[in-house]
Design a protein around this ligand. Structure first.
Ligand code: ADP
Length: 599
């Protein structure tokens, strides 16, 4: 008998199980990475599920003595006994159900939050290239949306798998115990539906994947809209953006609805089995009762079990939908976790040297587009080297190479004579402070933003940096001084103020190499004067590489390197380059005559 049950349950599961090797592999990895550590709690939950599931079998089983003995006897005591037994079963069911739900949901939540933390730490190890290929919106959707979708897999699925399969086993046992021929008849429809169920799983998986991708695009769009809200408003593009968003929403809706239809079809398929089962048993069993071959109690007990079995079956079939939907998210999550950084520290790193920073025949391409070719120059230790040249010449790429956000395709970048790729990345970056045009401010206080330069700096050191960078000049007028919050991405400060906070941060960092991308944003005259004062103070005594957008600001640079299309076309001091009357002198003339805007 047991074998029969086993065979039937196995056949039944074939329709549900993901079968595909990669899916099983992913589920196994999820289990190993995040779920198995909860095994003691899972065991307790499983016991509670077994109790909850078995109570259904016990209830169906109580029906027979109720009909055959209690209703047929004159003694009301039997009825009372059975009634107390039935309510006792319900109470046990309630307690077990409550306990297992709490345990499973808390495991589900812990698994998803742990996954979110793991995803973020992993994402932060990836190359900057990865973040160019994957928009912030899409990544947010992965870290938040996909892990939440997985929660359905983690909690509902575990809960249903444990409790409902036990219910099904217990109820089928009662059915077989009542009459195995009836049981066979009632469940005869199941094998017929395995093929359609398996097809459905495939459909759900595909449509869910499409829906998740559409959700990513929606998040990307939202991210772009909220970041570009000023330009959208000023250019009166509100309606255009809304329409573009609506178009994407429609695509998401269509994909999600298809996935939901697939999920809803699962339980419907089970109802078809139920219809076949009831029909067969009523016709066949009904005749046996009329011929007095079976008692009403036996029939009612069987019938109750049959009626009860379809509910957990329906839920189990919905679980396969959850699994398929969860798998689509799991695939996306593991795709992130499997991405590996390509810019790595060597196995046997050399210590980072100090000294001149030299580019020696450096080439670099973005795909087919060669951005730098045979670039050579030296930024001498403690001196200021300015990079000038038209937009697209490759100046920012130079910064990315120095900080090892990217590596050259050929040539070498050396610091104090040692190739920077021969040292560890972290100590190399410790040598560098970067002040970009886009100052990366966070929604924290001004002081906390400055402290990002050196997390263990004292309050006095933060204040000293704020003073040197002329931050105190404006922060003193703010109600909470340096403790004033700067708003999301520093939105509560003006462009010049943001720059000064970023400069203070770099001061606190106190790194020997300074990379400076001069602000081009139209700062008012006073701000500009304060920012350039702060920059002068910052670059004193450091090896400074500055991307200059206004030639007037770099007259005093020790060396000016003029770049064009990824090469150095001239280098020297301001005076020497002016005397040479080459590209720099021409650019200078144009800018002084106001004919050429900022570079
Ligand atoms: P500059 O700072 O001198 O204006 P960049 O170093 O920013 O120049 O860019 C040099 C070239 O590299 C440009 O032609 C630009 O199109 C290309 N480029 C920059 N970043 C990327 C990227 N992430 N993907 C592809 N091409 C890029």
């Amino acid at each position: 008998m047991n074998l029969q049950i086993h065979a039937r349950v196995t056949v039944f599961w074939i329709g549900f199980w993901p079968v595909n090797k990669r899916s099983n592999n992913l589920l196994f990895r999820l289990w190993q990475d995040h779920v198995v550590r909860f095994w003691p709690v899972l065991c307790v939950a499983l016991v509670l599920m077994i109790i909850e599931g078995a109570t259904l079998g016990a209830l169906a089983r109580m029906i027979e003595p109720l009909f055959d003995r209690a209703f047929n006897s004159d003694n009301t005591g039997t009825i009372t006994l059975i009634a107390v037994a039935i309510s006792g079963i319900y109470l046990v069911r309630a307690a077990a159900g409550f306990g297992q739900r709490i345990l499973i949901v808390s495991i589900g939540l812990k698994v998803t939050t742990a996954l979110q933390s793991r995803l973020l730490s992993h994402l932060l190890t990836l190359d900057s290239r990865y973040f160019l290929d994957n928009s912030p919106g899409a990544l947010i959707e992965r870290v938040r949306g996909d892990t939440l979708a997985l929660q359905g897999l983690a909690s509902s699925t575990l809960m249903s798998l444990g409790r409902d399969s036990i219910s099904v086993i217990a109820l089928v046992a009662v059915m077989i115990w009542s009459d195995w021929v009836w049981a066979l008849l009632a469940l005869a429809g199941i094998p017929l539906l395995i093929f359609p169920l398996a097809r459905l799983q495939k459909l759900i998986r595909g449509t869910t994947r499409t829906a998740r991708e559409a959700a990513s695009r929606l998040s990307t769009q939202l991210d772009e809209i909220f970041h570009g809200v000023v330009s959208i408003k000023v250019n009166r593009l509100e309606e255009h953006e809304s329409q573009r968003f609506d178009g994407e929403v429609d695509k998401f809706l269509a994909a999600q609805l298809r996935a939901e239809r697939g999920k809803a079809a699962n339980p419907a398929v089970i109802d078809v089995i139920a219809a076949i089962g009831f029909l067969a048993v009523l016709i066949y069993g009904g005749r046996q009762i009329m011929a007095d071959e079976k008692t009403v109690g036996e029939f009612m007990s069987f019938f109750t079990a049959l009626a009860l079995v379809f509910d957990p079956l329906r839920r189990l079939s919905a679980v396969s939908g959850y699994i398929q939907a969860g798998l689509a998210s799991l695939e996306r999550l593991y795709a992130v976790l499997e991405a590996r950084p390509t810019i790595l520290s060597p196995a046997l790193p050399k210590p980072v040297q100090s000294g001149d920073l030299s580019f020696d025949g450096v080439a670099f391409s973005y795909g087919e587009n060669e951005v730098l070719s045979d670039l050579s120059f030296s930024a001498l230790e403690g001196q200021t080297t300015a990079l000038v040249g038209p937009s697209g010449a490759g100046k920012s790429t130079v910064f990315s190479l120095v900080t090892r956000l990217i590596d050259p395709s050929s040539g070498a970048i050396t610091l104090g004579g040692t190739d920077i790729s021969a040292s560890d990345i972290d100590p190399l970056r410790d040598q560098i402070a970067l002040v970009g045009q886009e100052t990366a401010l966070f929604d924290e206080s001004i002081a906390e933003n400055i402290r990002r330069g050196s997390l263990d700096a004292s309050d006095a050191e933060v204040r000293a940096a704020a003073e040197a960078a002329t931050v105190l000049e404006f922060s003193e007028n703010l109600p909470e001084g340096l403790d004033t919050r700067v708003g999301p991405r520093g939105s509560a400060l003006s462009g010049g103020q943001r720059q000064r906070v970023a400069i203070a941060r770099a001061m606190l960092r106190d790194a020997p190499i300074l990379l400076l991308d001069e602000p081009t944003s139209a700062l008012d005259a006073k701000s500009e004067q304060l920012v350039s004062q702060a920059l002068d103070r910052l670059s004193e005594g450091r090896t400074t590489l500055v991307i200059a957008h206004r030639l007037s600001t770099i007259r005093d640079a020790d060396q000016i390197v003029v770049m064009d299309r990824g090469r150095v076309i001239e280098a020297g001091s301001h005076d020497a380059l002016m005397d040479a009357k080459g590209a720099y002198a021409r650019l200078h003339q144009l800018q002084s005559a106001g004919l050429s805007p900022n570079l």
